[in-house]
Structure formats: C-alpha cells, structure tokens
Ligand binder design. Structure first.
Ligand SMILES: [Zn+2]
Ligand SMILES: [Zn+2]
Length: 268
C-alpha cells in the first residue's frame, strides 16, 4: 500500500485516552511513509464528571500543544499538524468557541460522543434516564451531528454514524435522520472522515456505513481517511481497506488538511 498521498488526522495519545507518546505516533507515521500526521486528542467540556474524564486535562493543554509542535520541529521528513477532537454539546458551544481561539490548532475535528449527557459509547457510565426509547436517542444523535456541522467550528465531522457503537438498536428506519445530518454537513461545506478503527469496535465496521459513504459522495462531501488510533501501532490502521471502501463509494480523492488540496486516493 502506497501511503504517500495520505495523512492520518485522527490520532490519540496519552494526553487524552490514548496509550502512546506523540513522538511514537509520529515515528509510526514516518515508518509507514504517510505524507502527514495530525495529533487530535480529546477536548471535552468541563463539568461532565466521570463521563468526560477522557479529555485532555485543562492543566495539560499547553504541554499538549508544545509537545506536538516539538515533534513537528524534530521531524522535517513529515508534516506534523496540531489538531484536536472536540466534543460537540450545544450548551457548551460558547465555551468551545473561546477555548479553540486560545490555541493555534491547524484543524478541529467535531465529534458527538454524548446524546444530552448520555455517553452512549461507555455503558459503564450510568445512562441518562430521560430518554424514552432508542429511537429518540438515535434521532437526537443525528440532530446533534447536524448542529455540530452548522455551528462552523469544525473542519471535519468525526465518525458520523458513531451511534451504531451503542448496544441498542432503533426500532424504526433511521435513514432519514442519517441523511438529514449528512445534508447539513454538505450544506456547511464540512469534511467527513472514514474512520478505519471502527473495525475494532462492536460490530466491527468502519464508520460510516457503505450506504452513508456513497450518499456523502453523491452530495459532494469531501472525505479524509483516519484511523482514530488510540495507540501508536494503530496509526494508519487498515488504510488499505479504507481506501478500497472510499473508492467503492465513488471517491477518487481525499483532502490533505495541511493545504486543503484534493489529492488522488492511491489504488489499493
Ligand atoms: Zn470520537
Ligand atoms: Zn477519536
């Protein structure tokens, strides 16, 4: 697999819920031959308690930025970008806007990991008792994704159908909710990602589904391929499968975030 056209922009380190150092992730990207790598640890609003404990500790934000910038200076053989994966919760939009202005991020990935205060991907955290049924949770999830796209704070929307990691399934057809969220993304001109590490989650599929990816292509939504690595060895994870899935959906190009150019996807 020829990685030279690709970047991996969704990578976590020990600054949030990843296991490795920034340096190790960059070295892995260099060994694969990636064109560039972006580090994107979690930025989580304050006040979410245990459910939000996976974010960068506020007192470590300066070190995070300095560490990524230091790696960039030490590795002229690859571009190292300073990113962040910021949680979108509508009531924290003002906080997020202020926080993002404080740091020189090259790009911001927006993610919905909560529906209201319900952390649907962490069932060890008590669920929100206010949801009447699974259908309401799915609907609210996709409405939050649409709001995230429209708020204008994000360059990329993460794992757009991440709600499928939840153990509950909707009882009604949710394609209309999915499509409405995707249309909001398209209308906002935001990029989405094909998130390869979905193959490590239950039920073992990349995000988004083949149907949504094809729909995204038809709507003209730009695409990047990301690992969402949580350890250095996962940088570039299954990118051959990601490229094949993107091509099957009709994509021939990906976006390079350092200069926002479209570059050809390699032939997997
Ligand atoms: Zn995420
Ligand atoms: Zn992530």
């Amino acid at each position: 697999m020829d990685y030279r056209a690709l970047g991996d922009y969704h990578v976590h380190t020990r600054y949030s819920d990843g296991e490795g150092e920034v340096e190790e992730c960059v070295e892995r990207a260099v060994s694969l031959g990636l064109f560039e790598i972006g580090i994107s640890d979690h930025l989580v609003p304050p006040g979410l308690g245990e459910a939000g404990s996976y974010g960068i500790a506020p007192e470590l934000l300066d070190s995070y930025v300095a560490d990524v910038q230091g790696a960039a200076a030490r590795h002229p053989e690859i571009r190292v970008l300073l990113g962040v994966e910021a949680d979108y919760l509508s009531e924290y939009e003002h906080w997020l806007r202020e926080t993002l202005c404080t740091y020189p991020f090259d790009y911001v990935i927006g993610a919905v990991h909560f529906v209201g205060r319900f952390a649907f991907d962490n069932e060890s955290v008590p669920g929100h008792p206010g949801w009447p049924d699974a259908d309401a949770v799915y609907r609210a999830y996709y409405e939050a994704v649409a709001c995230a796209a429209r708020c204008g704070l994000f360059d990329v929307i993460a794992h757009i159908d991440y709600i499928t990691v939840w153990s509950e399934r909707p009882t009604q057809d949710i394609e209309a909710f999915e499509d409405a969220a995707l249309e909001a993304v398209a209308g906002a001109g935001t990029t989405i990602e094909l998130c390869t590490s979905g193959i490590l989650d239950w039920p073992g599929l990349m995000y988004p589904s083949a149907r949504l990816l094809g729909r995204a292509h038809d709507l003209g939504v730009p695409l990047i391929i990301d690992s969402d690595a949580h350890e250095p060895g996962q940088v570039g994870l299954a990118f051959d499968q990601g490229v094949a899935a993107a091509r099957a959906a009709g994509y021939e190009t990906t976006v390079r975030l350092s200069d926002r150019n479209f570059v050809s996807l390699p032939l997997a």
